[in-house]
Design a protein around this ligand. Structure first.
Ligand SMILES: Cc1cc2nc3c(=O)[nH]c(=O)nc-3n(C[C@H](O)[C@H](O)[C@H](O)COP(=O)(O)OP(=O)(O)OC[C@H]3O[C@@H](n4cnc5c(N)ncnc54)[C@H](O)[C@@H]3O)c2cc1C
Length: 403
């Protein structure tokens, strides 16, 4: 079902609603762990969803308004103009989009509204100690027993697992077919005895990701997404959403230090450090700004593809570009600060930020698929180069030697 409204009436309606409801002063987005969503943010997201702004492209029965992409973008522009979050989730909410397109009705009814309101925490149970880039090589297994699956195996690098209510899990359900064909995709309940989460310490000294040990964990049969054995296809849908979000931007400095207002961050930093007239630094800064502008245009193009229902290999371009931008931006920050970048801690937050961003740039160049893997995807799917040889592609997984 769709709603008929003129662009002008819609714009007025959103503006009036935001004027009545949006109170940015009160909104802290993150909880005290820095990983979960704050209570204030949840309350705001609930308001946005109740008013039908969270996913306006979706049908009314799924809390949407059945609006066209062009009209949904009017809403997004109005939200962006006042820096209000919460709309456009029909493009960006990885969990809700994957569940809505591939899930069973009862699970969708239960979880889609909660996902739009961030009332459930999620994580991605994909990578394993022996399966990261070669994700189709997973060895975690799910065996059907009556009305549920019993899951055994180990996952690793699982961001947010410590606070997650559900994990989007890929597990092997058939060992007698080639590796891509025997995988299924589940919403796995995390708060149960069969799931043990052990935090890992990261290069940034944070612990956002974890090892997850799974021993006879129970997943109801209704939590299967897509058909049994088609999990690889469901995963591609989910990965496309993930890469689109990762290509959009990245975390800022950990200190939360006030960044430049309208001026580019690097220009402001160079001005403050008294090196804005250095010709080499000026070239470096200009290069980073040009990369950012190009990447924004590329992302817009990729999202237009996605909106038309094709999973876009251009997404890989955006994510790869963002990874390069983040590394380069951190390098230029460090160069601007010169020897001062060796200082750490509260006494010199500029250096603290530069060092954090240098380390954190690896988040984007590894997480969600490494730069090398993105290059393979671009080579094969965008440029049409020959595929990488894969000797185990057509072999029953049971016969593939484990690493
Ligand atoms: C910050 C962060 C958060 C993450 N969060 C999650 C999460 O929430 N859930 C989850 O499941 N996983 C998560 N990951 C894991 C991430 O997806 C994997 O680390 C990534 O896919 C790489 O796998 P790997 O670590 O096993 O490296 P490997 O696959 O072992 O790769 C090692 C190196 O070899 C290169 N390489 C491998 N194969 C090829 C090839 N065919 N061609 C060229 N080069 C190749 C890689 O590029 C890399 O440099 C996260 C990772 C990071 C860094």
């Amino acid at each position: 079902m769709t709603e008929t409204v003129t662009d002008e009436a819609l714009r007025e309606e959103v503006r009036a609603w935001l004027a009545d409801n949006w109170r940015p002063e009160a909104l802290k987005t993150r909880d005290t762990s820095g990983w979960g969503v704050s209570e204030e943010m949840k309350a705001w997201l609930a308001k946005v969803a109740d008013a039908g702004w969270a996913a306006p492209r979706w049908p009314v029965e799924w809390e949407g308004r059945g609006l066209s992409d062009a009209q949904a973008r009017i809403i997004e522009r109005e939200f962006a103009a006042v820096r209000a979050p919460g709309t456009g989730q029909d493009r960006t909410n990885l969990w809700a989009n994957t569940l809505l397109s591939k899930g069973q009705d009862a699970l969708k009814k239960d979880l889609v509204p909660k996902l739009l309101r961030s009332q459930v925490n999620m994580c991605l149970l994909y990578s394993e100690p022996g399966a990261g880039s070669d994700l189709a090589g997973i060895r975690t297994r799910a065996d059907l027993q009556g009305d549920h699956y019993v899951v055994n195996g180990q996952k690793v690098w699982t961001s947010g697992a410590a606070i997650a209510d559900y994990g989007m899990l890929i597990a092997r359900t058939n060992w007698d077919v080639p590796k891509h064909q025997g995988i299924s995709f589940f919403f796995c309940p995390m708060k149960q005895a069969g799931i043990e989460v052990r935090p890992l310490r990261q290069i940034t000294d944070e612990s956002h990701f974890n090892e997850v040990f799974i021993t006879d964990a129970i997943v109801p049969a209704g939590n299967l997404l897509g058909e049994l054995g088609t999990g690889w296809g469901v995963l591609q849908t989910a990965l496309a959403y993930e890469r689109s979000v990762m290509g959009d931007g990245a975390r800022g400095p950990r200190s939360g230090a006030a960044e430049a207002t309208n001026e580019d961050v690097l220009i402001a930093l160079a001005r403050e450090a008294g090196v804005l007239s250095d010709p080499l630094l000026r070239q470096d800064i200009a290069k980073v700004i040009a990369y950012k502008k190009l990447n924004a245009l590329n992302n817009a193009r990729a999202k237009a593809d996605l909106a038309q229902g094709t999973s876009s290999p251009l997404m890989s371009l955006g994510k790869l570009a963002m990874s390069r931008i983040l590394h380069e931006e951190a390098r230029v920050r460090t160069a601007i600060l010169g020897a001062g970048s060796l200082l750490e801690g509260k006494d010199y937050p500029r250096a603290e930020d530069a060092n954090f961003l240098t380390l954190n740039a690896y988040f984007t160049s590894i997480g969600g698929g490494t730069d090398q893997i993105q290059r393979n995807i671009i080579g094969e799917r965008v440029l049409g180069l020959p595929k990488e040889p894969e000797v185990d592609r057509d072999v029953a997984f049971r016969q593939v030697r484990g690493g």
